[in-house]
Structure formats: structure tokens, C-alpha cells
Ligand binder design. Structure first.
Ligand code: PMP
Length: 461
């Protein structure tokens, strides 16, 4: 057997990776030719690759490393828990202390009467739980016809059959026969791309009312729930106009539709408060959580459920659960992560100091000739790349061509920014300091300049 380690030359690691490792959301053959980037270590907001480059991770991994890399406390808690009780399940009338403690802490942190937690291994699994839970809820209430879940185009809710079906990503629906039945997608509140001549406020109302139209069309007695991210993440950090969420809340209340807030990205401080629902002023019946729950140090997700739904579900045997629901090591790590986020006032500092500092600098990027709009909430931001600001025009090239160039220029400047089509997005660790924010903005500006130069040279402008 070959001994594979951090000390191997990059080329060898790349070849071994290409031979046996299939990557998510990646054209494998193309990647194998190009050579994959090998990350070997990380600390704070900085990644180190196998070539010794130090890269500022403005994506916190996949939007998840909220407390930053390299926290020894989490490693210690994990090791201690592995020694004491590495695994036990929470099925069939058993429990363990890490699951009890984490559920209790989440009930304290979550707003309103969101007091009950169903654990999963990931955000996708938690959304699958939610689908089955809301349908079971209505069946238990004597309304088995209330089964349809309304979601949005360009939403992301995971990669399982349920999660990808709830999501509104057409390239995902095109593979594997999705969406599964019983899901209806309405238009998203993306004013910059789809708002036309409307003001953002008018457009926000119009897009919220698409929910009401869908409910009336499908029949109030057929619709179980509406699911949405408080701020769409993977769709390109689409910040909805201010009029959007209050109107959605009014509609859900009026028609007795359960509201599921997918907080997988927005939760645990990302928007400057503990939950995106608080930032957007909404009262969900269920929140999907994952990512920042453990800051990505261990795989764990879940659904935080309100009293009423939990009571109805508790009255039947809910035939659902995962081997790793409430996994003791992941739960212990998550609990320690929440302690650090709270005791070190990371969420508070982000909301009151660093996120406003980043906002001011990020929004100034809108002055760059390539940038149509720069939006940000807390520590999640996006910029739309455009050949013409005034008309909010798209590039004539295939969507994503300029975005990819920009992402490459970011990498070349030791900055991880992601592109969604021709939108660039960031979601740095919440612990990013003001001087690291300065470095992020400086590298992003340089990458934009280089991207503009290349796009001009390639005749893409
Ligand atoms: N919901 C949202 C809003 C997400 O952003 C994601 C992941 N990006 C998921 C669900 C799925 O989570 P996971 O990848 O942990 O299954």
C-alpha cells in the first residue's frame, strides 16, 4: 500500500487523487488534467496548500468554518468524547449526554418557541427530514391532502433526492430524474437580474405575492409548507428587497402554511445575528441547521422545530432517522463550537463591528467598472459582474465565463472567492479581523482589475 502524506510532491498527490477520488460538483476529467489544489493545513482564516501558498479563505470552506480554523478546544472535546462514548444511537428509547446538551442549548439559542431538535448528519438530510415531517404533521392533523411544498427557483437545499428537488437548480434537476413529485417552485427575489423596470421594493412585493398566487392556484388545502433560505446562498448571495420577507410572513400566516427557514448558511452568526430569521424578521415553524453548527469541524445538521409541530409529530411514531442522528462526537464538538461563538462574543463582534466594517469596504467595490451591484448581509456578500452597469446587462459569453476568470484571478492573488455564474461571492469566517478584511478587499480589487484586463483582451467586454 502506498503511504500517502502531506510530505509528498504535489504532482504525485494530484495523480493519486485523479486516479481514485470522485469530486462533488466537478467535471472530473477536466480537473484531473488541470491538477487539483491540495490543501494541507489551515489556521484562523488562512489555508496553506501543498506548494506552501498561504491563501485567505473568504468562503470559510463551504460557508461553514464560522469560528475559523485551528481551534484546539474542538479537537480536545472530540478526542475526549471518542474515548468516553464514540458512538451510540438515539433510536428506540435511548439517548446520550451530548445529544441532550446540544438540543437544550439549541432550544435556548433559537428564537420564539423553536424548542425541539431532530438531528441529522447534514443540511441535505435535515431538509429530507423536514419534507417528511411537515407532510406527516398535516396528515396527523387530519389534512393528508396538504402535501405540496413550495420552494423557489435558484434555491439550494441540498444534494439528496429530497434536498435537490426542494432546491431550484436546473442543472441539478437535469440529472437523476428530479424534482420528485409534490414540489412547486416559484420565482426568486433577485432584483438585479430579474427586476426589470420595477423598484426593488415593488419587485420584492411582486415576488412575495408569487407565493400567494401559487397557493391559490394549487389550493390552500394542498399546500403543506414554504421553504426558503433567509438569504439565498449558493444561488449567488441574493439579498431580497426589504419588502419581501414581511409579505411572505403575512401570506404564510393567512393561509396556514408552515414556514421552513433553511438556516444552513445563515445560521450561527453568518448574517450578524444568531439566525438569519432574526435578521429578516421572520417566525419560521422549522429551521434547517448544519454548517456553522459545528463550524464544519464535524458533520452534523438538524431541524429545530416549534412546539406545535413537535407536539403533533410526537403523538405518532415518526418512522424516520439516521444512524448518525445526534452523533455523540459531532454533538460534543457542536456544543463546544457554540460555547466559543457565545463566550468569545464572536456573533456579537461580527454583528456590531467587523461586519459593518466589511460592508462599507465591500459596497465600495461597486465603483469598479466591472461591478454592477455589491450586496452584503453580515458576513455573506456578493458582487454582480457586468459589461454595463446602467442597464444591468449580462455578458454575451456563456454565463460563468467571466466569473470563472475572476475566480482564477482571485486564486492567483491568494484569495478564495467563489463564482456563481457571473456573480462573485464571499462568506469568510466570522472571526476575520479588520486587517484581514483589508487584505481581502485589496486582493479582490486586484483580481477584479486583472479580470477586467483579461476580459478586454479576450474581447468579452
Ligand atoms: N441548505 C442550504 C441553504 C445550503 O447552503 C446547503 C449546503 N450548501 C444545504 C442545505 C445542504 O447542506 P449539506 O451540504 O450539509 O447537505
Amino acid at each position: 500500500m502506498i503511504q500517502i502524506s502531506n510530505h509528498m510532491p504535489t504532482k504525485e498527490l494530484q495523480a493519486l487523487d485523479a486516479a481514485h477520488h470522485m469530486h462533488p460538483f466537478t467535471a472530473g476529467n477536466e480537473l484531473a488534467e488541470k491538477g487539483v489544489r491540495v490543501i494541507t493545513r489551515a489556521n484562523g482564516v488562512t489555508l496553506t496548500d501543498s506548494e506552501g501558498n498561504e491563501i485567505l479563505d473568504a468562503m470559510a470552506g463551504l460557508w461553514c468554518v464560522n469560528i475559523g480554523y485551528g481551534r484546539e478546544e474542538l479537537a480536545e472535546v472530540a478526542a475526549r468524547q471518542m474515548r468516553e462514548l464514540p458512538y451510540y444511537n438515539t433510536f428506540f428509547q435511548t439517548t446520550h449526554v451530548p445529544a441532550i446538551a446540544l438540543a437544550n442549548r439549541l432550544a435556548e439559542l433559537a428564537p420564539g418557541d423553536l424548542n425541539h431538535v431532530f438531528f441529522a448528519g447534514s443540511g441535505s438530510e435535515a431538509n429530507d427530514t423536514n419534507m417528511r415531517m411537515v407532510r406527516t404533521y398535516w396528515a396527523q392533523k387530519g389534512k393528508p391532502e396538504k402535501q405540496i411544498i413550495i420552494s423557489r427557483k435558484n434555491a439550494y437545499h441540498g444534494s439528496t433526492m429530497g434536498g435537490a428537488s426542494l432546491g431550484g437548480m436546473t442543472p441539478m434537476h437535469a440529472q437523476g430524474g428530479l424534482p420528485i413529485p409534490g414540489i412547486h417552485h416559484i420565482d426568486q427575489p433577485n432584483w438585479w437580474a430579474e427586476g426589470g423596470d420595477m423598484s426593488p421594493e415593488e419587485f420584492g412585493l411582486a415576488r412575495a405575492r408569487a407565493l400567494e398566487e401559487a397557493i391559490l392556484e394549487l389550493g390552500e388545502d394542498k399546500v403543506a409548507a414554504f421553504i426558503a433560505e433567509p438569504v439565498q446562498g449558493a444561488g449567488g448571495v441574493i439579498v431580497p428587497p426589504e419588502t419581501y420577507w414581511p409579505e411572505i410572513q403575512r401570506i404564510c400566516d393567512k393561509y396556514e402554511i408552515l414556514l421552513i427557514a433553511d438556516e444552513v448558511i445563515c445560521g450561527f452568526g453568518r448574517t450578524g445575528q444568531w439566525f438569519g430569521s432574526q435578521t429578516m424578521g421572520i417566525r419560521p415553524h422549522i429551521m434547517t441547521i448544519a454548517k456553522g453548527l459545528s463550524s464544519g469541524y464535524a458533520p452534523i445538521g438538524g431541524s429545530i422545530v416549534c412546539d406545535e409541530v413537535a407536539e403533533v409529530i410526537g403523538a405518532c411514531e415518526f418512522n424516520h432517522g439516521y444512524t448518525y442522528s445526534g452523533h455523540p462526537v459531532a454533538a460534543a464538538v457542536a456544543l463546544e463550537n457554540l460555547r466559543i461563538l457565545d463566550e468569545e462574543k464572536i456573533v456579537e463582534t461580527c454583528g456590531a463591528e467587523t461586519a459593518p466594517y466589511l460592508k462599507q469596504k465591500w459596497e465600495a467595490l461597486a465603483d469598479h467598472p466591472l461591478v454592477g451591484e455589491a450586496r452584503i448581509v453580515g458576513m455573506m456578500g456578493s458582487i454582480a459582474l457586468t459589461p454595463d452597469k446602467a442597464s444591468r446587462a449580462r455578458f454575451a459569453s456563456d454565463p460563468g465565463t467571466i466569473g470563472l476568470i475572476c475566480r482564477e484571478r482571485c486564486f492567483a492573488n491568494n484569495l478564495v472567492m467563489r463564482h456563481v455564474g457571473d456573480r462573485m461571492i464571499i462568506s469568510p469566517p466570522l472571526v476575520i479581523s479588520k486587517s484581514e478584511i483589508d487584505a481581502l478587499i485589496e486582493r479582490a480589487s486586484r483580481a477584479l482589475d486583472e479580470c477586467l484586463a483579461q476580459a478586454t483582451k479576450d474581447g468579452l467586454m
